[in-house]
Write a protein that binds this ligand. Structure first.
Ligand SMILES: Nc1ncnc2c1ncn2[C@@H]1O[C@H](COP(=O)(O)OP(=O)(O)OP(=O)(O)O)[C@@H](O)[C@H]1O
Ligand SMILES: [Mg+2]
Length: 286
C-alpha cells in the first residue's frame, strides 16, 4: 500500500472512458484538460492506459524520461507541465515493450502506484484517460481513488454505441456506482475545408446523441472529424491550442458543460469514495 495520498488535494477526478478502442478517448481527454486549464482552472492529466500510453506523444513529451523524488522506500512521481496542464503517464517510466508483458495484477499495481504516488499539488480537475474496455484497469481505477464521475466517448457508429452502452452499464453497476457526467460524440461528421457548409455523416448520424438521450445523460459535445486533430495528435500539439476558432469553441463549450455537470453532481450527491469491491468477486467482465 502506498504511503502517499496526493489525491486528497484534488477537487474533482474525472475518468474518460469508452467501451470501444480508437474512438478518441485520449484526444478528448487531452483537449478537455487543455480547455479547462485555459479557463484558469488547475488541471492534471493522467494517462492510465498502462499498455498503450499515447498522451506523451500527443503532448510532444515522447522523449520525456522519469521525474522522481523521494527515496527508494517512497518514490514520488513528479508530473511534467504542458499547455498549463500537469501530466503524468506510465510512458515516462517504462519502455512500451516492457508494459506489454505485464499481466493483469502487475499492471493494476503499477497503475495504483501512479495514481497514488504522483504529486499533483492542489488541483481543480484531474482528467484520467483510460484504456478501452470495461475490465480490470477500470476496476483498479475506481477502487484506488475516489472518482467524481465518468465521461463516455463514442463515435456515432453502431459498434461503438453498443460498447458505450456497456461502459455506461459498468459505471452504473450497484457495486461501482460512479456517476456518468456526460457523453462526447466524437467523429460526429466531416466537413471538407473547401465546402464549409457541408456535413458528411461518415460513421452514421447522432448515434452518441441518441444514446445520451436514452440514458438521460448530458451530451457534452459533438466533435467533428478534424484533419488537424489527426495531424496535431501525432505532432504533439493538441487541437485546443491551435488557433482555429471553430474547434477551440467546441472544446471550450465541452469543458463548460463538464464543469456545469460536475457542479450539479457535487450539489446533489455526496463526495465519491473509492469503490470497495469484494476481492473474491469476479472482475467487471468484458
Ligand atoms: N475528431 C477527430 N478528428 C480526426 N481525428 C481524430 C479525431 N478524434 C480522434 N482522432 C484520431 O483518431 C485516432 C484515435 O484517437 P485516440 O487515440 O484519441 O483514440 P482512443 O480512444 O484513445 O484510442 P485507444 O482505445 O487506442 O486508447 C488518433 O489518430 C486521433 O488523432
Ligand atoms: Mg487512448
Amino acid at each position: 500500500m502506498s504511503k502517499n495520498d496526493f489525491t486528497k488535494d484534488i477537487k474533482n477526478i474525472i475518468v474518460v472512458a469508452s467501451g470501444k478502442g480508437g474512438v478518441g478517448k485520449s484526444t478528448i481527454a487531452v483537449n478537455m484538460a487543455v480547455a479547462l486549464a485555459k479557463k484558469g482552472l488547475k488541471v492534471g492529466l493522467l494517462d492510465a492506459d498502462i499498455y498503450g500510453p499515447s498522451i506523451p506523444m500527443m503532448l510532444g513529451l515522447s522523449d520525456a524520461g522519469p521525474q522522481v523524488a523521494g527515496d527508494e522506500n517512497n518514490q514520488i512521481f513528479i508530473p511534467y507541465e504542458k499547455y498549463g496542464v500537469k501530466v503524468s503517464s506510465i510512458g515516462f517510466y517504462v519502455q512500451p515493450e516492457q508494459a506489454l508483458i505485464w499481466r493483469g495484477p502487475m499492471a493494476g499495481s503499477v497503475l495504483s502506484q501512479l495514481l497514488q504516488d504522483t504529486d499533483w499539488g492542489p488541483l481543480d480537475y484531474l482528467i484520467i484517460d483510460s484504456p478501452p474496455g470495461t475490465g480490470d484497469i477500470q476496476l483498479t481505477l475506481v477502487q484506488t481513488i475516489a472518482v467524481t464521475g465518468a465521461v463516455i466517448v463514442t463515435t456515432p457508429q453502431n459498434v461503438a454505441i453498443a460498447d458505450a452502452r456497456k461502459a455506461v452499464n459498468m459505471f452504473r453497476k450497484p457495486e461501482i456506482k460512479v456517476p456518468i457526467l456526460g457523453i462526447v460524440e466524437n467523429m460526429a461528421w466531416f466537413t471538407p475545408e473547401e465546402m464549409p457548409n457541408n456535413k458528411y455523416y461518415i460513421f452514421g448520424k447522432e448515434g452518441g446523441k441518441h444514446v445520451a438521450e436514452e440514458y438521460h445523460i448530458a451530451l457534452l459535445a459533438q466533435v467533428p472529424l478534424i484533419q488537424s486533430i489527426c495531424e496535431s495528435g501525432d505532432a504533439g500539439t493538441p487541437n485546443a491550442n491551435i488557433d482555429d476558432k471553430r474547434y477551440n469553441e467546441i472544446f471550450s463549450d465541452m469543458a463548460d458543460k463538464l464543469v456545469e455537470m460536475v457542479e450539479i453532481r457535487n450539489s446533489v450527491m455526496k463526495p465519491t469514495e473509492a469503490v470497495q469491491v469484494d476481492p473474491n468477486a469476479e472482475g467487471c467482465g468484458h
